[in-house]
Design a protein around this ligand. Structure first.
Ligand code: AMP
Length: 219
């Protein structure tokens, strides 16, 4: 299964991705996670992308396209993958199509999570993530058993550096300007499914599985 998840920051892509990767046994490929890991390691890539991420700007296409081409060429992506947060510009979408063509594979579905701005902001401001294992939580809707402590590994729960009000406003406006044109791009390819991302996460997960259940997996 080759899936793509789209939507503004806070629309629920990451949460669904965590459920879908287990259900379909496919790698969760998130450019945001890859960049955060690179920053943590203080690698050359990390130093290149940090300033953009801190401001809520997009990392330049030249960098992102290359990172993704390397990632999708890895063995674990051979039989399927789940893209989260890529592509984010029309240019990235076109480059992804070229790459898929070269690899002689096709996307099965593109899910676009639609959520109102005030809900996005509330969600992102309450978002917490485990410093150690990356598991996601929310102060209102997905609380850990012990406040500030990860249920999975006992690590400390923190806010992402780019989850501040100012940066969120910027990331939403970047999404509207640069990423939204991709909705039409995938609609034209007859791949797009719009989902109401404000619904309960389990309800949305069932909806996605129902849609995919009726499809053949052409690995
Ligand atoms: P995310 O975790 O998907 O919200 O991404 C966090 C940040 O990483 C974004 O605000 C961008 O700065 C950067 N980023 C992630 N994916 C991309 C992409 N496909 N193109 C450009 N920048 C990206």
């Amino acid at each position: 299964m080759r899936l793509l998840l789209m939507g503004a920051p806070g629309a629920g892509k990451g949460t669904q991705a965590a459920l879908l990767k287990n259900a379909y046994n496919i790698p969760h490929v998130s450019t945001g996670d890859m960049f955060r890991e690179a920053i943590k390691l203080d690698s050359e890539l990390g130093r290149k992308v940090k300033a953009y991420m801190d401001k809520g700007e997009l990392v330049p296409d030249s960098v992102t396209v290359e990172v993704m081409a390397d990632r999708l060429a890895k063995d674990d992506c051979k039989d399927g993958f789940l893209l989260d947060g890529y592509p984010r510009t029309l240019k990235q979408g076109q480059e992804l199509d070229l790459l898929l063509k070269r690899l002689n594979i096709k996307l099965d579905k593109v899910f676009n999570f639609v959520v109102k701005e005030e809900i996005l902001i509330r969600r992102i401001l309450g978002r917490r993530v485990c410093k150690k294992c990356g598991a996601g939580y929310h102060v209102d809707t997905l609380k850990p058993k012990v406040e500030g402590v990860c249920d999975v590994c006992g690590g400390e729960l923190i806010s992402r550096k780019d989850d501040t009000y100012e940066t969120i406003k910027n990331r939403i406006s970047v999404y509207e300007k640069q990423t939204k044109p991709l909705v039409e791009y995938y609609e034209k390819q007859d791949l797009l499914v719009e989902l109401d991302g404000s619904k309960d996460l389990n309800e949305t997960f069932v909806e996605i599985k129902d849609i995919l259940g009726g499809m053949n997996d052409h690995n």
